[in-house]
Every structure is written in structure tokens, then in C-alpha cells.
Design a protein around this ligand. Structure first.
Ligand code: SF4
Ligand code: SF4
Ligand code: FES
Length: 542
């Protein structure tokens, strides 16, 4: 790609032609607050925070940088007194009506208003005006505090350009301007993104503080299991509990800066969890379950395994080997939204395929050269009495599992996150991990992209990760086998297939395990991206 040379405070910087000027400044490491700018939205240049002095001949002019692209030979000064004073003045103006309540604001610590004051403020304020103290409900999941709103219009542009609903607008003018709905509450499936892109604490969820303060959280990079789109997520954890899920824009395979609300809130499903291993409804030790399952599956003459699209590739790999040992046939269930894919104006897609790793499970069975039937084929076999022992895997927190009619007389083992409602009461219940926040391994999404899934927390009670359960079944008891070892074996056994020449190392370098920073949303601001306040530093201070 062609490059152009610009000069920033006398320093030459080479950047790709066509680069946004503000992004070029940020990438060159210059502190520049930018409350109205978002890389996936249009740039109205309304906040005037990103001002720089540009040399034009013998004179200087102040320009906004967020709505321009770099120009060969451009000479900018960020430190010129005029530019410094202009930015400082914009900050002071922004604070005229802004309440000084950072101590109780949920956004504190990851707020771009705080950041602007930190970067451009002059430490003094000459005046204050009465603020607009009014909280309004914009929709079931969204509260607007007009006192904290800086009228950046990111939310208005999101509704126009990304959700395509035009649900928000600026109402009134001048000092009386406020953000308002256009009559109807906001009720689409992308509302959580508004919380991320609002630069201040103006937009929040209903209720009291819903999560720990930003500086107590650690971010874990993972992949959304809500559908086959495989959006890149960051699971923020504090005090051993998941606090929230955010989009992760550094993921090579992310769907831009957005997550749908299924992906963002799906981990909160109010599902009764299976928390103990059980035999015929009675809680027992894991060893007893392993012995019973192994005995019945090994002795079965017509054994079957029903795979789940919520299994990781490594778990499917172990089940493939168990299928060989047990001489069992493999089937894979599918969960498809009959409404089809839902595509948003920018191309963001919520896929009809609800299972996150159906493609990966299929590819694993192909790599192992094992035939794979579908759920309907298993139903036919069950109906014909051609199965005498079935090992079935669920894994859905949201009831996508298909209804399967299993005769009473055959042995049934179910590995699932919740008491089985989709299949009859099992002889053996193996309490396992949710793919939302408790699974370690890899998925292949609907476009064939291999991505890492990471466990942020432990499964509840005596429930165990799916991989741990399957490795124990394979090795005859708990052991140290791990998903990365299983992936290496899968890669070797797939010498010319989908997993050939891949290893965890490649994935780790593309998708860091923990960002160390749990701040902001999909678009982390400039200081956040430079790691000014890293979570590790906070951890050291605790
Ligand atoms: S509510 Fe937030 S995103 Fe919307 S205009 Fe106000 S500060 Fe900007
Ligand atoms: S589109 Fe699918 S993968 Fe992306 S956030 Fe929504 S449910 Fe998750
Ligand atoms: S005017 Fe450039 S970031 Fe707001």
C-alpha cells in the first residue's frame, strides 16, 4: 500500500495513504481525546476535541482531525499554544453542565469525559451551569441520564447507520438540545452496543450498579457461542464472577465493533444448572458415573453418540476416539432459527445456525474418518430399536436442543449443563460446563474460521468442564490431558484436512489470552488502547 509522510510537531511519520488523520495521530502515540469519533460511524466532528494546528503556507489554522484523511507533506502541531488552549477550552465548555459525580458513576475509570479532562483539561474551571438532571428510559435495557450526556451523537448515528432503526434523535437546539427517542422505545437486538459506544456514563442499564468497577475487572478474550457467526468477545471478570461480556475489536475474526444482545447477555440465562454428577437421579461421585458409562457403552452392541454443536473441536476429538473404542455410531444435532440469518444494514449477521461449532464438529469427524449422521438419522435408529446405549451431549443454556424420543429400555447417559428437558431422564447425568464462559478450546464458525474459546470461570458445584469429563472417560479417570494437547493430536491426525499444520501457538498469537485491560467496549479509547490503566497494575495495588 502507498504511504504518505506527515509531520507531527516536527517529527516525520509515515502512514498508509487514506488513513484517518485522527487514527494516524493515535497510532503514532499522541494523546488526543475524541468523544464524538467512532471508527465504525460517520464523523460529524461535533465535539471539537481533536483539534490540531495545521501549517498552511506561513500561517496556522485549527482543524479537526477525526473527519480528515492524511495528506502528503501535511504539517501539524498538537503542542502549539493555540491548539492546546482550544482543546482545553472545549473541555471546559463540556464540563459546564456535567455533574461532578465520578465517584458514583458506573462508567468511572473507563469514561472518555474523564479521559478528555485528564489529557486536555487545564485543571481549573471558571464557571458551572445548572445541569439537565433528568433520567429517562429509552427502552427495556437502556436508561439515559441527560445530565451526563455530552451530546456527542454517537448513539444517534448508531441507530441510523448500524441498527438502521433511526430510533434516536437530537431534540431541541442549543443549550436545550437533548437526546430522545423518536416516539417508540428502543427494542432491537443490538441495544447493548449503545452502552459501549457512549463515551460518558449517560447510557446505562436499569437497576443499581450491575457490575464491579472497571478497575477491578480482568478481561479474558474468547468467542461468542450464541450463533455460528463467532463474534470476538472479552469476558470481564471480578471476584471470581463474570461481570459482563463486551465485543473485542482486536480479534481478527470479530464482526467489527459490535455484539448482538444474545451474545452480550446470553451468559446470564436464568437456567437451572446441573451441578452434580448423577446416577438415576441420585448425586454420586464422578468415578461412579465414569464406571457406569464406560461399562454400558463398552458392552453395547448398537451404541450411539449424539454430538452437540456446542462441543469444542477438542471435545469432539475425544468423543470421536470414544466412538471408536465403544464401536458407537456418531450423530450430530443441529439448532437452526427458522427465521433464517438476520443481517443488519452494515452486514452484521446473527446466524440462523445457533450452535457455535457445528462446522468444527463435522470437520473433526472428517479428520478422524468417522461417518456422521444427523439428528433425524438417530431418531430413525431409535424408532427401529436399533440402539441399545446412547451417550448424548447437550450444552445449550437457551433450550436450542432438539426433542429426542429415547425408549426407556436403552441405557442413556447425558452430558449437559442443565437437567435434561430435551431427552428423557438419563441413567447417568454428567454435569458439564457452559460454552458461554466456562469452556476452553477452539470453535470453527460458519465461515470456517478457527477461533479460541476461553474459560473465564469454573462451572458451578461439582460440574466439570466438558473436556475434563471426556478425558476422564477416555483415560479411565481424572488426568492431566488438556485441550492444547488434544488439538495437537487432532492437527497431526488431520495431515491434509482442516486442522493440518495448526496449533494453539498460532491462535494464541492472533488472539491474546487476556488483554490485561478490561476497559471500554469494542472501541477502546486512545488511552485505554495504550494501556494507561492496565488491570495488572490494579491487581498489584489490591
Ligand atoms: S447518550 Fe451518550 S452516546 Fe448519546 S449523545 Fe449522549 S453522550 Fe453521546
Ligand atoms: S451474532 Fe452470533 S456470535 Fe455474534 S454476538 Fe450475536 S449471537 Fe454471538
Ligand atoms: S470533533 Fe473530532 S473527535 Fe469530536
Amino acid at each position: 500500500m502507498a504511504t504518505v509522510r506527515i509531520h507531527i510537531d516536527g517529527e516525520p511519520v509515515d502512514v498508509d495513504a487514506g488513513t484517518n488523520l485522527l487514527m494516524a495521530l493515535l497510532d503514532a502515540g499522541h494523546a488526543m481525546a475524541h468523544p464524538c469519533f467512532h471508527p465504525s460511524l460517520s464523523a460529524p466532528a461535533s465535539c471539537r476535541m481533536c483539534l490540531a494546528a495545521e501549517e498552511v503556507g506561513d500561517s496556522l489554522r485549527l482543524i479537526t482531525t477525526c473527519n480528515r484523511t492524511v495528506v502528503e507533506g501535511q504539517r501539524l502541531s498538537l503542542s502549539h499554544p493555540q491548539a492546546v488552549a482550544a482543546r482545553s477550552g472545549v473541555v471546559e465548555d463540556m464540563l459546564l453542565r456535567h455533574p461532578a459525580e465520578c465517584a458514583i458513576c458506573e462508567r468511572a475509570g473507563e469514561c472518555e469525559v474523564q479521559e478528555a479532562v485528564f489529557v486536555h483539561g487545564n485543571g481549573a474551571t471558571g464557571a458551572t451551569l445548572p445541569g439537565r438532571r433528568k433520567k429517562v428510559e429509552l427502552g427495556p435495557r437502556l436508561i439515559l441520564d441527560r445530565g451526563r450526556c455530552i451530546l456527542c451523537t454517537r448513539c444517534v448515528r448508531f441507530e441510523a447507520e448500524v441498527s438502521g432503526t433511526d430510533a434516536l434523535a437530537v431534540s431541541g437546539s442549543g443549550a436545550d438540545a437533548v437526546i430522545d427517542t423518536c416516539g417508540a422505545p428502543i427494542a432491537h437486538d443490538m441495544t447493548g452496543n449503545l452502552l459501549d459506544l457512549c463515551p460518558s456514563g449517560a447510557l446505562s442499564e436499569p437497576g443499581e450498579r450491575l457490575h464491579a468497577p472497571a478497575w477491578q475487572m480482568t478481561g479474558i478474550s474468547s468467542t461468542c457461542p450464541g450463533c455460528a457467526s463467532g463474534c470476538a468477545t472479552r469476558i470481564d471478570v471480578a471476584n471470581g464472577r463474570v461481570q459482563r461480556v463486551k465485543p473485542r475489536s482486536d480479534g481478527a475474526d470479530a464482526q467489527g465493533y459490535w455484539l448482538c444482545d444474545v451474545g452480550r447477555y446470553g451468559w446470564q440465562a436464568e437456567t437451572e444448572r446441573l451441578t452434580t454428577p448423577q446416577l438415576r437421579g441420585t448425586a454420586v461421585e464422578w468415578d461412579a458415573v465414569f464406571a457406569e458409562v464406560a461399562e454400558h457403552m463398552e458392552q453395547a452392541r448398537r451404541g450411539a453418540i449424539l454430538l452437540s454443536p456446542f462441543l469444542s473441536n477438542e471435545e469432539a476429538f475425544l468423543l470421536g476416539h470414544l466412538a471408536r473404542r465403544w464401536e458407537a455410531d456418531l450423530f450430530l444435532w443441529q439448532a437452526t432459527d427458522p427465521a433464517g440469518d438476520r443481517v443488519w444494514p452494515t452486514g452484521f449477521t446473527i446466524r440462523a445456525e445457533r450452535g457455535p461449532n457445528r462446522a468444527g464438529v463435522r470437520a473433526v469427524t472428517q479428520a478422524l474418518d468417522l461417518p456422521l449422521g444427523d439428528g433425524a438419522a438417530l431418531e430413525r435408529r431409535l424408532g427401529a430399536g436399533d440402539v441399545d446405549a446412547l451417550f448424548a451431549v447437550g450444552g445449550s443454556l437457551h433450550g436450542e436442543t432438539p426433542e429426542v424420543t429415547v425408549p426407556d429400555e436403552l441405557f442413556l447417559a447425558v452430558q449437559d449443563v442443565q437437567p435434561s428437558t430435551w431427552i428423557r431422564n438419563p441413567d447417568a447425568a454428567l454435569a458439564s460446563s457452559s460454552a458461554w464462559t466456562e469452556k476452553e478450546g477452539t470453535f470453527v464458525d460458519g465461515l470456517g474460521r478457527l477461533q479460541r474459546v476461553r474459560a473465564a470461570v469454573e462451572p458451578p458445584g461439582e460440574a466439570r468442564p466438558d473436556f475434563w469429563i471426556l478425558a476422564a472417560l477416555w483415560h479411565g479417570g481424572p488426568n492431566r490431558d488438556s485441550p492444547d494437547q488434544a488439538f495437537s493430536r487432532l492437527s497431526r491426525s488431520s495431515s491434509s484436512g482442516s486442522f493440518a499444520h495448526l496449533d494453539y501457538g498460532i491462535l494464541e498469537s492472533r488472539q491474546r489470552p487476556a488483554e490485561g485491560v478490561a476497559f471500554g467496549g469494542g472501541w477502546t479509547s486512545q488511552l485505554q488502547r495504550r494501556g494507561l490503566i492496565a488491570v495488572e497494575d490494579h491487581a498489584k495495588r489490591r
